[in-house]
Design a protein around this ligand. Structure first.
Ligand SMILES: [Mn+2]
Length: 246
């Protein structure tokens, strides 16, 4: 994987057009311009929930997110590699999406450079109280479900997607007590990975920025990326730095 690697995610692009959506796409465009201004090489690592909803029908070009794909194509042509790890909103990626990027991961993955190992996960399904979600996650991602789903009329399919989107909701607007509990669990998840030899554990999903130095390593939660700010991380092969693009 080409260095430096830029990690960001949770843009939650929607295909319904609105003023806010246009601003989000514009910000995405500016963000990519800014990181590729002085670099002709590097990697973009999309941490999942890039799209709020994504489904590809066979033999039907997906033009819903045309502007975004055009922008990705542009930075790829400059010499960047594009990686993607599926989130709980966009694991139904298909060939059209894959064609535009270097590699897609449906499950947790890792990046290694010299002796620096990064553990990469979207971040969903980790918490101890996520048991039922973990089951649902398996079912929704199964080939059988995808096959049946693809046969439904689009309007019906969307209704179902909205229904299940409650179950796969990200953790926004939670109180401090719940937040501390989440952080405790994520800290111990990360510590386990660090004990296995990872230096950094990086994830999105929780829509807020959080960093915790642990024994021999660090946990990093990236915040959401929207029309106002991109909370992202840069890995130069040695260390990982958290930044914001306003
Ligand atoms: Mn998520």
């Amino acid at each position: 994987m080409q260095l430096p690697i830029y990690f960001f995610g949770d843009t939650h692009f929607k295909f319904s057009k609105s003023n806010q959506e246009n601003k989000k796409v514009e910000k995405f465009s500016q963000f990519l311009d800014s990181i590729s201004k002085d670099n002709t090489k590097g990697s973009l690592f999309i941490m999942g929930d890039f799209f709020d909803y994504y489904f590809e029908y066979k033999n039907q070009a997906s033009s819903d997110y045309e502007k975004i794909f055009t922008k990705i194509e542009e930075i790829k042509n400059k010499g960047f590699e594009i990686y993607f790890i599926a989130g709980n909103h966009d694991y139904w990626i298909g060939d059209y999406f894959k064609k535009h990027i270097t590699e897609a991961f449906l499950d947790d993955t890792m990046v290694s450079n010299n002796s620096n190992n990064l553990y990469i996960t979207h971040g969903d399904g980790i918490l101890s109280w996520d048991q039922s979600y973990r089951l649902l996650k398996k079912a929704l991602r199964s080939n059988l479900f995808i096959k049946i789903y693809s046969l439904l009329p689009k309007s019906v399919a969307l209704k179902i997607a909205n229904k299940i989107s409650y179950e796969r909701k990200d953790s926004h607007n939670i109180n401090q007590k719940k937040l501390n509990k989440i952080h405790d669990e994520l800290d111990s998840f990360a510590q386990q990975k660090i004990n296995q030899g990872f230096k950094y554990v990086i994830m999105g999903h929780y829509h807020h920025s959080y960093q915790k130095k642990l024994n021999n390593g660090e946990l990093i939660l990236l915040g959401e990326c929207n029309e106002e700010n991109y909370n992202y991380a840069v890995f130069d092969g040695d260390k990982l730095e958290i930044k914001n693009f306003f």
